[in-house]
Write a protein that binds this ligand. Sequence first.
Ligand SMILES: Nc1ncnc2c1ncn2[C@@H]1O[C@H](COP(=O)(O)OP(=O)(O)O)[C@@H](O)[C@H]1O
Ligand SMILES: [Mg+2]
Length: 157
Amino acid sequence: MAIAAQGTEQDTVDAAVDPDDARAITSDGADFCDLMSDLVGGFERRTGIRTALVVSRSWPAAAPPGITVNLYRIAREALQNAARHSRAKHVSVKLGSLASGKLSMTVTDYGCGFDRSATTVGMGTIEMTERAVLMGGDLWIDTFPGFGTSVHVRVPR
Ligand SMILES: Nc1ncnc2c1ncn2[C@@H]1O[C@H](COP(=O)(O)OP(=O)(O)O)[C@@H](O)[C@H]1O
Ligand SMILES: [Mg+2]
């Protein structure tokens, strides 16, 4: 797993399920980036998919717990989708904040992508979207057959 710090972002995690998730998400006082690092590291070990966690310098030292729990769950589903559906060899998870002050997370797989108009939305997508809306934010998916998939989330602090 690669963990890197990055400058300010413009605008913009079966085998994939983490058995340690219940422990991880209830760890009192655990830093969100550490939890994400555990999620990504565990995902990489179980699936063999090279996975980078990139945390922008603009990511706040302490993000509100209500946001971080939801972001963690969204990342977990996006990673699970990458493992189940994308045949990707590389995945990235990027955390940052936008010029608007909102927090952003993007999970990108460099896999097969899919045709949204020909694909039935599943519970995973519905739940990810509902979590984003619950936080007062939004979630959208960029994908195209052959060009991989990015799940973007944007939430107010
Ligand atoms: N990262 C991805 N790569 C390729 N196809 C994907 C990806 N994510 C989602 N899909 C497609 O979208 C469908 C819906 O995903 P989702 O709502 O998570 O439901 P599920 O994963 O239970 O099928 C998947 O069945 C798959 O066809
Ligand atoms: Mg899914």
